[in-house]
Write a protein of this length. Structure first.
Lengths: 189, 352
């Protein structure tokens, strides 16, 4: 009888350790996935001055579009807090979209090759932001499911697990107002 | 949740199978060696006190050591060997926009899969094909042919790279790379052995006079049939080894292709792009000459002329290293359709 009890206690202890570690590992994955988004956002900010310099000469009379891109970029760089960052990034994406739509009208600009290269870089960065967000959402969903499911939910408090908010984006054309839980991403704040 | 559990289960399966593969490989060589020893022992047991007695299982020890050595080598240098055999060169500083795009696409897929970026290699071959190799995701290599870069657009290239990253993430590449290195080693030795048998037979007949004593011993001994059975078994397994290893490599590869297609689609969320990439690759029916049979199971499509893998049925099931491309395209298109349906219903009825 005693032995059975002991075995049960040991089994529960082992399960507890495993579940706790699993939650902590997932939490760190969520934080890391968030960092990946951040890295890509930074990269995009660094690319934009280059782009603007390249097209400035040829697109002199599209000044307002260029200025909109620069303004959106500066706003995105200086944005603090996740919600504000996400909003600024959304606007930057739109400004860039307008700029690229306009470059279509300048064949000699396309012919230099420089713009094509920059466009590839920016496309890739946009993709990377998208995929990083996708990874973040996947990992965060996994984390949220784990901490809500029985019996792991009994340990969620001990592991200081709180639901990570997903970065929802609606149609890229619309202005997305993503919200990500700040408390979850301490290194971010 | 389910796909992640799938991935985890697949990783476990591949890790376990890799261990089994290594164990089986060593055991097989031990059987060949010690079997030979046994045959020799039975053969020389009846010899007189002056005759040679085969008591130390030297063949067995030697072949077991050899197999262990091959396994170690395959683990350590298998990926390099595969890459070297295809003549691939590593892309470090992208020189052309095309190469830059490849680097970007690989980086994107590394992010999507949550893995470190693999090293990128280019195979100088006009036929579109791609493969991944490496023992761990941290040491993975991703190779594409020049033909692939020329034939596919950005989204399609992304689909192919995602498929390869899927192989990396679920440890298919570990098993496949070990297999490739071992298949290569076995093929090499089997070639050597058949040459030795032919050559050895000639020497044997030439030296008939000198080894006549042993021959008459064998004839006069009671254990003759047993010796013959063991010897025949031994030679058969020696000759069958390359065939078996090929079949194993192929059987192990086909199931994975569907799974890697699905996992890759999960990375890109764009199964239609991979489907159209496969269509383009299929249309370019040239065999990929630089990729030899030993590495065929690593590739996204069978590098040999795709005749067998296009057929369905038993023979194709046994001999093709890849499922029919048609089947894969149909499945991917099905996924794309499901996705479309999900998205349209989700946008309509999404709860606030």
């Amino acid at each position: 009888m005693m032995l059975i009890l002991l075995a049960v206690v040991v089994a529960v202890a082992f399960w507890g350790i495993g579940a706790y570690n699993g939650l902590v590992a997932l939490k760190n994955q969520v934080v890391n996935a968030w960092k990946q988004i951040d890295v890509q956002l930074k990269r995009r900010h660094d690319l934009i001055p280059n782009l603007v310099n390249t097209v400035k000469g040829a697109m002199d009379f599209e000044r307002t579009t260029l200025e909109a891109v620069i303004a959106a970029r500066n706003k995105a760089v200086s944005a603090t807090g996740v919600a504000a960052t996400a909003k600024a990034e959304g606007e930057l994406t739109q400004a860039l979209g307008r700029l690229f739509a306009l470059t279509e009208a300048y064949p000699d600009l396309k012919a230099t090759g420089n713009i094509a290269q920059l466009q590839e870089e920016l496309t890739s960065t946009e993709n990377k932001i998208g995929f990083a967000r996708q990874l973040y959402n996947d990992v965060a969903t996994q984390y949220n499911t784990k901490q809500m499911q029985f019996p792991t939910n009994l340990l969620a408090g001990v592991a200081k697990a709180s639901p990570a908010e997903l970065w929802e984006i609606e149609d890229a054309g619309e202005r997305a107002v993503p919200s990500v839980d700040l408390s979850m991403n301490k290194p971010q704040a | 949740m389910t796909p992640d559990q799938n991935l985890f289960a697949q990783q476990e399966t591949n890790r376990r199978q890799s261990v089994w593969l290594v164990a089986g490989f060593i055991l097989f060589f031990a059987w060949l060696g010690f079997g030979g020893d046994w045959a020799l022992y039975l053969n020389t047991a009846g010899a007189g006190p002056q005759g040679y007695h085969h008591t130390i299982p030297a063949l067995g020890i030697l072949s077991t050591l050899l197999a262990s050595g091959i396994c170690w080598f395959s683990w350590r240098f298998g990926a390099q060997r595969v890459l070297w055999a295809t003549g691939a060169w590593e892309l470090i500083e992208p020189a052309t926009p095309q190469q830059k795009q490849l680097v970007n696409v690989v980086e994107e897929m590394a992010i999507a899969s949550g893995l470190p970026r693999p090293r990128i290699w280019i195979v100088p071959d006009p036929d579109p094909n791609a493969f991944a190799t490496g023992i761990t995701p941290q040491t993975a290599n991703l190779a594409v042919t020049e033909g692939l870069l020329d034939a596919l657009d950005r989204d399609e290239l992304q689909g192919v790279v995602a498929h390869e990253m899927a192989h990396v993430s679920n440890y298919d590449t570990r098993l496949m790379t070990l297999l490739a290195a071992m298949v290569g080693a076995i093929a090499l030795m089997s070639d050597g052995m058949s040459r030795f048998l032919r050559f050895g037979g000639r020497i044997g007949s030439g030296n008939g006079g000198r080894s006549g004593g042993g021959g008459s011993d064998r004839g006069g001994k009671g254990g003759g049939p047993l010796v013959l059975v063991v010897l025949v078994l031994w030679i058969i397994s020696m000759l069958l080894a390359p065939v078996v290893s090929r079949l194993l490599a192929m059987a192990v590869s086909r199931k994975r292709e569907y799974l890697a297609d699905a996992t890759g689609a999960q990375f890109t969320r764009n199964p239609a792009a991979l489907a159209s990439a496969l269509e383009k690759i299929e249309a370019a029916a040239e065999p990929t000459r630089t990729i030899t049979r030993g590495a065929a199971h690593l590739c996204i499509v069978d590098p040999a002329a795709r005749k067998i893998s296009e057929r369905e049925g038993l023979v194709a099931d046994v001999f093709a290293s890849h499922p029919p491309i048609r089947q894969r395209i149909i499945r991917l298109r099905g996924m794309a359709y499901q996705q479309l349906k999900r998205e349209s219903t989700a946008s309509g009825t999404l709860p606030a």
